[in-house]
Design a protein around this ligand. Sequence first.
Ligand SMILES: [Ca+2]
Length: 472
Amino acid sequence: MSTLDRRSFLGSLIATAALAGSAPGRAQAASRRGRAPNILLLIADDLGDRDLGCYGHPTIRTDNIDKLACSGVRFTNAFVTTSSCSPSRTTMFTGKYPHATGAESLHVPLPEGTRILPDYLKEKKYWSANVGKLHLGPVGAAQFDLVLDSEWDWKQAMDKRPKDRPFFMAVGFHDPHRPYQPDTISDPAAASDTIVPPYLVDDTATRSELAGYYDEVTRMDREIGKIDSWLDENKLTDDTLVLFVSDNGMPFPRAKGSCYDSGVRVPMIVRWPGKASAGSVCDSLVSTVDLTPSMLSAAGIKADKGMQGRDATAMFANPATEIRDYVHVERNWHNHDDNQRGVRDRSFKYIHNGRPRVWTSSSDLMGSDSWTSLLAGRDRNELTAEQMRLFMVPRAAEELYDTERDPWEFVNLAGDPNYAGVLARLRDECADWRKATNDYPSERRYKDNLDRFTRTKYGKTSGAPEPYDGND
Ligand SMILES: [Ca+2]
């Protein structure tokens, strides 16, 4: 399908879905059931914020997610709390910021006694299942009625559900996380169809990796199409709130692991027939810390007082609703140590670098072809000034970006006197948030267990990171 054809197709879908979703019959059907809605939470792994057809990507094939967006609300300013798998998911299931859970570092399991969403849902007799990636440790897994390792087993899980109770099913896709294979799907993307962001080197190696990423996005999309068809066949669509989201940005340098929008802004779509405005777009700020309070609200359950997120369900019904002025983000240990805290409003992003004297990125990107191309370009002095920003050491202690004028966040305005007022406002907001959420000091250090450039493992290679008393 050409780009033009795709647009026409999407346009007709939006019109059809808006009519269907706004029909009073749907709301009546849902209320007739008189019970809490089923909740289906679809979580992509490492899917970037604009890498779906419905978010304007011209070549990635995501017809099924596009269809979901056409019959629901598509959020354009949804943010995770951290660009790292396990702590991001920790937030989604607890309604708390990573540093408030004790599991802010990668692979650190939830502490004993931590309650997560499926446990709260028991108040309304929900039956719960997780299929695929969960990444919360045994304390999290034990709170589901059923846990299956493979996301492809979602139907087996659904077949086990008691039909007289509402269900909560989380599907944790492993797509489009690395590694990539050439035979992911039978009709792979062409390297020439890839769009290379300006912080990566535009060469064959990087384009080939991007094509592999696109293929996994498409594979996930096709499975979502099967799930959606199954909901329809079982007449469950009208009674099911579907929420699609990603746990962090795309797995490429200066995206995953960063506090830039390429790392922390994610796609988010909510379909809830009769309750969510069909075929609409919401530009208001929303954070994944709001997901658990929102899903509880949808189920008619009051959020726990200790939760730090907000109920976003009013945004589902009316996408013009604003529930927050700021979203907050953080970066902690991810095989190597870091401490970043950030805050963003609709126009500006502030980042405080608590450990600026070390270079940082996501550890699982090292050894990738796109990373190798950046290293080679650096060594040959062929990188652009924007690409060289990735290797900047020391980093600025503070960064400030005008995300409207400078969406790639290349021009640091922190030292520009014209923005002193914005800087002071966001710096104060960041400090207030840290205090209110009992954040730990930026000076706390942990030992790396991977070399930052070569990915060589050393020291303690699993479990919680070890404290480090160095001062670099
Ligand atoms: Ca991830």
